[in-house]
Design a protein. Structure first.
Length: 166
C-alpha cells in the first residue's frame, strides 16, 4: 500500500498464520490484548477503556466489535480486513491529530462519540466519550462510497462550526 503513515504498523495477514483460522484469530487477539488490555493507551488526556462484557470465546466484546461486522450483535461475522488492521486502532488513537487523521466529535442518538478517520487509508476508529475516559467502540475500513461521503460531510460540518464568526 502506498501512502501509509510511518507510524502505522503493518497488516496482520491470514496467510502468515498457516491458513488456520483459530491460529490467526488467536494471533489477532494477542495484538489486541497487548495494545488495550496489557497497557492502556490515551486519547488526549483520557484513558481508553474497553467494553468487556459479554465475553464471547473468552474474548472481550470490544475485540469482536473491531474484528467483525453486522447490525445484530449475535449475528456478527468475522471481517478479515478488520482483523488485518488490528494493530491500527492504538496508533491512530495516539496520533489523533497527526498526519492524514481527521478527528471530530459526533452524536449517535444520545451517545457522544469521537470519530478518528485515517482518510488516506479509509480507516475509522470510533470512541465513546464517557467524560472521565473513552471506550474503544469500533474500528472499520470504509468500504462504501456513501459511507465515505457521510464521514466527509460530518467532518466538514464540524469544521464549519469551529471557525470564528466574521
Amino acid at each position: 500500500m502506498t501512502g501509509i503513515s510511518d507510524w502505522l504498523p503493518s497488516l496482520v495477514l491470514f496467510q502468515d498464520h498457516g491458513g488456520d483460522w483459530a491460529q490467526y484469530i488467536d494471533a489477532v487477539y494477542q495484538y489486541f490484548k497487548t495494545d488495550f488490555i496489557d497497557s492502556k493507551p490515551k486519547y488526549a488526556d483520557k484513558v481508553v477503556q474497553l467494553k468487556r462484557h459479554p465475553l464471547f470465546q473468552d474474548k472481550e466484546y470490544t475485540f469482536w466489535h473491531v474484528t467483525s461486522e453486522g447490525e445484530e450483535e449475535e449475528e456478527r461475522t468475522p471481517d478479515i480486513r478488520r482483523c488485518e488492521r488490528i494493530r491500527w486502532p492504538r496508533p491512530l488513537i495516539e496520533h489523533y491529530c497527526g498526519e492524514n487523521v481527521r478527528c471530530w466529535p459526533n452524536k449517535r442518538g444520545r451517545d457522544k462519540r469521537i470519530v478518528l478517520w485515517l482518510f488516506n487509508e479509509d480507516y475509522v476508529v470510533v470512541l465513546a466519550d464517557r467524560k472521565k475516559y473513552v471506550l474503544l467502540w469500533t474500528a472499520y475500513l470504509v468500504s462504501y462510497r456513501h459511507t465515505k461521503e457521510k464521514l466527509q460531510k460530518e467532518y466538514e460540518e464540524y469544521c464549519k462550526k469551529q471557525k470564528p464568526p466574521q
